[in-house]
Structures are given as C-alpha cells and as structure tokens.
Write a protein that binds this ligand. Structure first.
Ligand code: 3Y8
Ligand code: NAP
Length: 247
C-alpha cells in the first residue's frame, strides 16, 4: 500500500489532505511548526523540521514513504530544494503541488521587486503608511526604513521589532470587505506582498486595485526544477497513473 508524505502549510495542501482522507489513502501532512495552532487536518500530521536533506531522506526510508508531495508555499524554497534532493536519495517519487503566480491586470499599480531589500528601496525615503503583508519572518529587513508607519499582520501574537507599527493578529484566508476596511482604517498608502499566488491572500490585491493603491510585489525565490501539478485532481491522477496529465 502506498504511503504519502504531504509537505503542507498552504490552502492547497489542506484541500489535498481532505481528498486523500476521502480516498482512504495512507498519508501524513507535515508542518514546520511555525505557528502555535496550525489548522487541523483530515489526515494525521507531524510537526517540526526533519534535519536537512539527510534527515528527510532518512524519514522517507524509515517510514516507507512511496510518494512525496511538496505542497508548501512558493517562498518555502529551502524545504522544496531539500525535498528534491531527499526524494532522489531515497528513490521516492516526488510531485510539487504549485499554484500560478499572481499577475497584475487593468487598474493594478504593481512594482515588482526581487526581494525584501529591493522592496525597502522601492518604498522611497518619504515617510508613508505601509501594509507589510509579509508575516513575521522577514520584517527585520524593514528596520532600516523606520521612518514609515507599518501595518503588520502575523498569524500569532509577537512583539514586532519595527518601532512605528500596528499589529493585527489574523490568519487567512482573507476577504475583500475585510481588506478594504483594514486599509481604510489605517490609511494605508502602499502594500508590500509576496507573490504567493492562490486564493488565501489574494483579497488584499483586489482591495488595493479598488482603492487605487500601489503594490510592491516580491517575486518568488528560485526553486530547482521538479515535476509539478497545479490542481488536487492532477495530484490524485499522478498517484493512480504515475504521470502528470493536464486534468
Ligand atoms: C505554518 C499553517 C490553510 C492554509 C492557510 C495560502 C494561504 C493563509 C497567505 C497576508 C499574507 C504569509 C504567512 C500567509 C498565507 C495561507 C495559508 C498562507 C501569508 C499558515 C500556516 C503556517 C504558516 C506560516 C506562516 C509564515 C508567514 C506566512 C503568514 C497554519 C497559516 C505572510 C506569507 O509567524 C510566523 O513565523 C509565520 C510564518 C511562514 C511568512 C513569514 O515570513 O512570516 N505563513 N501560515 C506552516 C508550518 O508550520 O509548516 O497555521 O494553519 C498557512 C497559510 N498561510 O490551510 O488555511 O495558502 O497561501 N502565511 C505570504 O504569503 O506572504 C499572509 O497577511 O496577507
Ligand atoms: P523554508 O524556509 O523553506 O524551510 C526552512 C526549514 O524549515 C526547512 O529546511 C525544514 O527544516 C523546515 N520546514 C519547512 N517547511 C516544513 C514542513 N512543511 N514540514 C517540516 N519541516 C519544514 O520554510 P518556510 O518558508 O519557513 O515555511 C515553513 C512552513 O510555512 C511551510 O510549511 C510553508 O508551506 C509554510 N508557509 C510559508 C510561507 C512563507 O511565506 N514562507 C507562507 C505560507 C506558509 P529541516 O531542514 O530541519 O528539515
């Protein structure tokens, strides 16, 4: 019987976990342990790092994993690179469940940057009111631009290192109405976002367009090539037929 390890932490990973449970598959969803109370899943979960490529390869072999599905966030570049190397080392089939990048459309005022350092530069020096929709791990890069007011949003409460801030503790998915109210309440002038893709964090971009606000959009980090699919159906098809077909 096949045994699936699902690297999770996204809306799509949760949807796939539900589909795997419905089919009675033997599967485990893995969290890094970044949040205090991760969403409950329809399949068993494990929490914590594996210990690099070697640790993940050993886990795959020890647990008899036959299929590794990487459904992590596109900015989780290290675990994704580790998954490629570990699957190779342990001779386990690998598929990434990815989601298309967001693209700007009519009415959008995006500036695309490569990383948070370029995002800081893109904000300019005049003090402004910024919605830093990046979570907690990377806000340290903005401490050099302390002249701005920052609206921050974390999954869990924490003491931000930025002086002039307002912290909202909330986890997605977010709604257009909620994002419009938040941007208006805090008189936000610019949004900084990662190109996460998917639906869970998209609402802030729709709100920015409606309010005519500029967005500094951070492009995804490089992830080495690997087999990938962009739907739960395609992953299930891969499990059954061993190939990725456009379904
Ligand atoms: C721990 C699991 C689900 C999955 C929900 C998606 C949607 C909401 C959008 C904003 C942007 C941000 C952040 C975000 C989104 C979904 C999805 C997605 C962005 C959870 C989760 C874990 C994490 C980790 C957390 C990071 C942080 C990033 C908040 C669970 C809720 C900003 C990324 O405090 C910390 O250390 C948080 C760290 C990595 C980025 C950062 O640098 O701070 N996600 N997010 C996963 C683990 O331990 O393995 O707690 O339930 C998952 C989700 N986050 O099933 O409902 O699918 O993308 N997550 C970004 O995109 O910029 C919020 O606020 O607008
Ligand atoms: P990362 O930088 O790519 O990975 C750093 C280390 O964290 C990995 O080497 C691994 O440790 C551990 N790790 C990461 N994801 C894991 C998982 N799903 N299960 C077990 N260990 C994991 O990871 P990250 O960007 O911090 O993301 C961590 C988690 O948050 C992932 O589940 C991701 O899907 C989710 N997430 C991240 C973002 C984001 O913006 N980065 C957004 C939404 C959700 P070892 O080397 O010890 O194995």
């Amino acid at each position: 019987m096949r045994h699936i390890l699902l690297l999770g932490g996204t809306t799509e990973a949760s949807a796939l976990a539900t589909a795997l449970a419905a089919r009675g598959e033997r599967a485990v969803l893995s969290y890094a342990g970044r949040t205090e109370a991760p969403r409950a899943q329809a399949i068993p979960t494990r929490v914590g790092g594996f210990g690099g490529v070697e640790g993940l390869a050993e886990y795959l072999t020890r647990e008899g994993v036959t299929h590794l599905v990487d459904a992590t966030h596109p900015f989780a570049a290290r675990i994704s690179a580790n998954a490629i190397a570990a699957a190779e080392r342990a001779s386990v089939k690998l598929l990434a469940l990815t989601r298309p990048e967001w693209v700007d459309g009519p009415g959008d005022r995006w500036t695309r940057v490569a990383d948070t350092a370029e995002a800081v530069a893109a904000l300019g020096t005049d003090p402004a009111r910024i919605f830093l929709a990046l979570g907690r791990q990377t806000i340290g890069d903005f401490v050099h631009a302390a002249q701005h007011f920052y609206l921050l949003r974390f999954v869990d409460a924490a003491e931000p290192t930025l002086p002039n801030h307002h912290l909202v503790v909330d986890r997605g998915p977010f709604t257009l109405a909620g994002e419009l109210a938040l941007l208006r309440e805090h008189r936000i002038q610019t949004i900084v976002a990662k190109n996460a893709g998917g639906s869970g964090a998209r609402a802030k971009l729709d709100a920015a367009r409606e309010l005519g606000l500029p967005v500094v959009m951070i492009d995804r980090p490089f992830i080495p090539p690997r087999p990938h699919a962009d739907s739960v159906a395609a992953v299930l098809d891969w499990l059954d037929h061993g190939v990725v077909r456009g379904v």
